[in-house]
Every structure is written in structure tokens, then in C-alpha cells.
Design a protein around this ligand. Structure first.
Ligand SMILES: *Cc1c(COP(=O)(O)O)cnc(C)c1O
Length: 387
């Protein structure tokens, strides 16, 4: 008998709270009805504090990648020069989207596992000798577990050239970090449903500055489903241009209620406490962290480096088969080198305590050294101070 409850600790999808599941399962309503307009109005408005914006948040029925693509197609004209910061697999995705549509794409590479060096990046912009229209970056690079200094980057970019558009992929951290479009100087901030927003996969979000909204209307790049102008004009009628995922719109409203109940500040604080405790615990189990600098470690996903490939496979497979815990492997060149524990959305410190204790048992067996209690004691010391 598998008596361990399943524990899904991948960096998306994440466990879905019961109140969200109940909302999603309510009887269907027509999407061209007053019923849906009320649901949509609540959802567009309810997301504003989560995205740190005074504008209503757009909701598309599609996965996170669709809004990465939309953020580009609605900001960048065919002949514009743009810069993509690539610090992992999702930076690469931005690059692939860019190269599908545009010819003037400049890539600024960051070592995977490190955060962008803001001063060095500005130097890079200066030596390009082209007027750059927009800069694209991840907020959290999910494939490594780095949280980039988006606030500093936004300010440095706008100091360098105030006409630049700053586009941020927040798919794996929005809902778990502090953000403010105006203070952080972000023009477009996108996210998806199945990460820190703890909904099932299926909808994606776009928050935008006033300037970005004007830009959407001017840009000539061809697009249809991803034309954000369509979503903006529908939004004025509390509607969507195409059939929306009605169930997940209700899910959004249930999510917003949960955040209101806990308090957004506490939600954020909880994620950081778990990050701090988990990093401390993994180090005490002689596991190397991929992100060395604590200040750039994401509050939503933590990557660590097992001793070798054999240990990596053993940990990942045994966590699943014996303890019913799912964690993620690496992506791109980090595949077979790192493991990633997602800790976003519906996670409590004690959920993460389970994975730490399971790892203790597995390492004790495989390394022939006693790790029992080592990680969890360190973990609880941190939680004790921060809870
Ligand atoms: C998951 C993720 C995406 C892609 O989202 P999909 O829903 O899989 O299309 C994009 N960017 C980041 C940072 C992500 O973590």
C-alpha cells in the first residue's frame, strides 16, 4: 500500500488547494453571460495586488509560454533591435521565440546559476551601437532557481534609456515575491497559473504599464490569438475575445480569496522562510547548492547538486517510489547534474520538512554515513526564528 500522500514538489504544476478545486468544479456558465462577466470582473481586478499594478490584469486561456510570446509580439516591431537575457532554459525560450519572429536579436548570456550583473549588462547595452527597443528577462529562472535583481535592473535600464521597454517573465515567482510595476520600472510582467499562483495549468496573465498599453496599439507585428489589444477591449466589457477557461477564472477568484485571507505579505514571507530553511538543511546534508549567493536564491525553487549521476537518479527515483514525493531534474545542460525542489503556492514548512527527512534516509543508506535528524534540525532552527 502506498500510504504516503502524494507530494508534488515540482516547479510547476503545484498542489492545488481544496477551495480552488471546489470553485473550479462549480456548474458551467455560458461565457457570454452576466454570470461570467461578474466572474471575469472579479478576476481581472483581484490579481492587481499580486502583480503590483493599478491596471486590470489580462487573462489568456493558454500556457505560460503564450504570454512570453505575446509580450514580445505586442511590444516589438519587425525591424526593432531587442536584447534577451539568457540565464537558463526559460531565457532560451524567450530567445527561441525572438528568433522565430525577429532578425535583430541580441543575447546577453549569464552563467546558469548566477544572477545578471546589472552594471555589466548596461556596459553590454552601450557597446551594441543599436537603439534597443526592449529588454527581456526572467524574474525567477526556474531551471536554475535564481531570482534576478529585477528592481535594480529596471532602474539601471531606465537610467540608461528611458524609452526602453522592460519585459519580465514572472511565471515561476509571481504570487511569492514583492513586485510593483511602477517602482520596479517594469512595462510588461507575465505569469502562468500552475506555479506560485497554485491553480491547475491553463491560463496565463499579462500585467502592463500605461506606456506598454499604448505601445500594444502601435506595434505592427502580425498576431491574432495573441493580439493583446483584443483582450484589452474585451476587458472593458468584463469579457474575453475567445472562449475562456471559465473554470480557471473562478479558480483565480478563489486564489485571490486565499491570498487575502493569509495576507500577501505573509505569503511572501512564508516562501522566503521555506527557502532559507531548505538551503540550510541541504547544506547540512553535504549537498551543494547550485545558486551560491543567498541573496539571489529564489523563494520558489531550490536546485542542488548530488554527488554524482548515480546519486541523483537514486534520490529522484526513490523519493517517488518510496515516499510518493515528486521533485524535478535539471533542464538543458544541467540535466543529469542537478535536482530541483519546487516550494511555491500551497506549501507549508512541514511539507518541505518531509522531503528533507526522506533525503536524510536515502543519503544515510547510499553514503554509508548517518544523516538522520541533521537536515530537519537545521530546517526547524530556521523556521523557529521565522515563523
Ligand atoms: C514554467 C515557465 C514557463 C512556461 O510556462 P508553460 O506554462 O509551461 O508554457 C515560462 N517561464 C518560466 C520562468 C517558467 O517557469
Amino acid at each position: 500500500m502506498q500510504y504516503y500522500q502524494p507530494l508534488l514538489l515540482t516547479p510547476g504544476p503545484t498542489p492545488v488547494p481544496n477551495s480552488i478545486m471546489s470553485a473550479i468544479q462549480l456548474p458551467m456558465v455560458g461565457h457570454r453571460s452576466k454570470d461570467f462577466e461578474d466572474i471575469a470582473d472579479e478576476a481581472f481586478k483581484g490579481l492587481k495586488p499580486i502583480f503590483g499594478t493599478k491596471n486590470e490584469v489580462l487573462i489568456l486561456t493558454s500556457s505560460g509560454t503564450s504570454v512570453l510570446e505575446a509580450s514580445m509580439l505586442n511590444i516589438v516591431n519587425p525591424d526593432d533591435h531587442i536584447v534577451i537575457i539568457v540565464s537558463g532554459a526559460f531565457g532560451n525560450r524567450f530567445k527561441q521565440i525572438a528568433e522565430t519572429y525577429y532578425k535583430n536579436v541580441h543575447v546577453y548570456d549569464v552563467t546558469w546559476g548566477e544572477a545578471v550583473d546589472v552594471n555589466d549588462f548596461i556596459k553590454f547595452l552601450k557597446q551594441l551601437n543599436h537603439r534597443v527597443t526592449a529588454v527581456f528577462s526572467q524574474f525567477c529562472e526556474t531551471s536554475t532557481g535564481v531570482l534576478h535583481p529585477v528592481h535594480e535592473l529596471g532602474h539601471a535600464l531606465k537610467n540608461y534609456d528611458n524609452s526602453l521597454y522592460f519585459v519580465v517573465d514572472g511565471v515561476s515567482c509571481i504570487g511569492a515575491v514583492e513586485v510593483d510595476l511602477i517602482k520596479d520600472k517594469i512595462d510588461v510582467l507575465v505569469s502562468g497559473s500552475q506555479k506560485a499562483i497554485m491553480l491547475p495549468p491553463g491560463v496565463a496573465f499579462v500585467a502592463y504599464s500605461d506606456r506598454a498599453k499604448d505601445r500594444f496599439a502601435e506595434v505592427t507585428t502580425p498576431r491574432f490569438y495573441l493580439d493583446l489589444n483584443k483582450y484589452l477591449s474585451s476587458q472593458e466589457q468584463n469579457s474575453t475575445p475567445f472562449t475562456p477557461n471559465v473554470a480557471l477564472f473562478r479558480g483565480v477568484n478563489a486564489y485571490v480569496e486565499l491570498v487575502k485571507h493569509e495576507g500577501l505579505n505573509h505569503v511572501i514571507k512564508r516562501h522566503y522562510s521555506i527557502r532559507n530553511a531548505l538551503r540550510t538543511a541541504l547544506k547540512s546534508l553535504d549537498l551543494e547548492l547550485l545558486v551560491k549567493d543567498d541573496s539571489y536564491a529564489s523563494p520558489t525553487v531550490t536546485s542542488f547538486v548530488p554527488k554524482d549521476k548515480e546519486e541523483l537518479t537514486y534520490l529522484k527515483d526513490q523519493l517517488k517510489s518510496r515516499f510518493n514525493i515528486t521533485i524535478a531534474g535539471g533542464q538543458g545542460h544541467l540535466k543529469g547534474h542537478i535536482l530541483r525542489i519546487g516550494h511555491m503556492g500551497k506549501v507549508s514548512p512541514f511539507d518541505i520538512l518531509s522531503v528533507v527527512s526522506a533525503i536524510e534516509i536515502l543519503l544515510t543508506e547510499s553514503r554509508n554515513k548517518n544523516y538522520i535528524g541533521k537536515g530537519i534540525a537545521q530546517f526547524m532552527e530556521v523556521i523557529k526564528h521565522e515563523s
